[in-house]
Design a protein around this ligand. Structure first.
Ligand code: NI
Length: 163
């Protein structure tokens, strides 16, 4: 178990496009383990490899963490095959600590990726999981949620009294 340093907004690496993972190896396996540790340590629901300084198409997500059961999803080379519907809500990111903004995302996506065994998986996702998948895939393209937000960033702790 090892924590990696999270890169913050303003770091050029967050703006670069990530490379495909062609095969599993020790280095990628360690990266995945460290990304899961880093995400849970920071109480995040998702983390993409560029957020720890690695320009590979690797994403970890867990939108329903509980101690009893492993609900983590590891995605290599994720891509969205279809999307529909719309959801508008607050979004945050471990690379922009303490901030949120309103972002509109598809409410339903079909996503294809490779798992840690390099098997191709297709999942349907809705709601928060669909949002997390879209957010993390954006990271692999160098896009941050503030780029696609409907509102300016605001402080997560502060209740916004205006509309
Ligand atoms: Ni993020």
């Amino acid at each position: 178990m090892a924590l990696r340093q999270i890169r913050y907004d303003g770091d050029d690496i967050l703006r670069k496009k990530c490379k495909e993972v062609k095969n599993m190896n020790e280095r990628i396996a360690t990266l995945i383990d460290d990304m899961l540790d880093t995400m849970y340590d920071a109480n995040g629901v998702g983390l993409a490899a560029p957020q720890v300084g690695i320009l590979k198409r690797v994403v970890v997500i867990d939108v329903e963490y509980d101690e009893e059961e492993d609900s983590s999803i590891v995605m290599l080379n994720p891509e969205i095959l279809a999307k529909d519907g719309e959801q508008t809500g607050d979004e945050g990111c471990l690379s922009l600590p303490g901030k949120v903004a309103t972002v509109t995302r598809p409410n339903h996506v079909i996503c294809r990726y490779q798992n840690e065994e390099m098997e191709t998986i297709e999942i349907e996702a809705e709601g928060l999981l669909a949002r997390a998948i879209c957010h993390e895939i954006d990271h692999l393209e160098g896009v941050l949620y503030k780029d696609v937000a409907d509102s300016p960033l605001r402080n997560a702790e502060t209740q916004d009294s205006e509309d």
